[in-house]
Design a protein around this ligand. Sequence first.
Ligand code: ZN
Length: 206
Amino acid sequence: MRRDPESAPYARGGEPLGEAGATAGLWWPEAGICPSPNHDARPFGVEPELIVIHAISLPPGDFGGPFIAQLFTNTLDPQRHPFFAEIAHLRVSAHVVIGRDGRATQFVPFDERAWHAGASCWNGRADCNDFSIGIELEGCDDRPFTEAQYAVLVRLIRWLRGRFPRLAAEAAIAGHSDIAPGRKTDPGPHFDWAYLAGQLKGDSTA
Ligand SMILES: [Zn+2]
């Protein structure tokens, strides 16, 4: 089954789950947990080899609300905002959302396929959800991201590289706009790729 959607979210403080079964799979210990039903299995034998950086804010330009988490858990009220009416039907998710304050919330275990990339292509391979990890930063096209967000993003990438060796290649990080050009603009012109690369310098194997 493939529903694919795209972009998605951010959430505020996930809550640890009581039921062990609900948290099966690989979760980042630093993140709160807010499980999304919007995921499925990766193709057999496929491991993550790409990190996709996204940005989202709901409503666009507003920070700190519960709406990204609601979008990712199919509980967004379409009547709450005109934009929500356009997107509430989407079945989307990301693995992790990093809020403006650096708080990370995980929606999908890394070994499962989150629905964040939509129609996409990387190095000639389509359907990037199959082999990628989607990280959403709460943000928008016209404001810089926060120091706290970069710090948490760097810690998360390092942790992921320790578990999925193919992610250690420097080229294994792309923006949503890189894999869906013409269709997506996130993470946008304010995402500082050079700063991220500098923070990760020395970590890469390629
Ligand atoms: Zn995106």
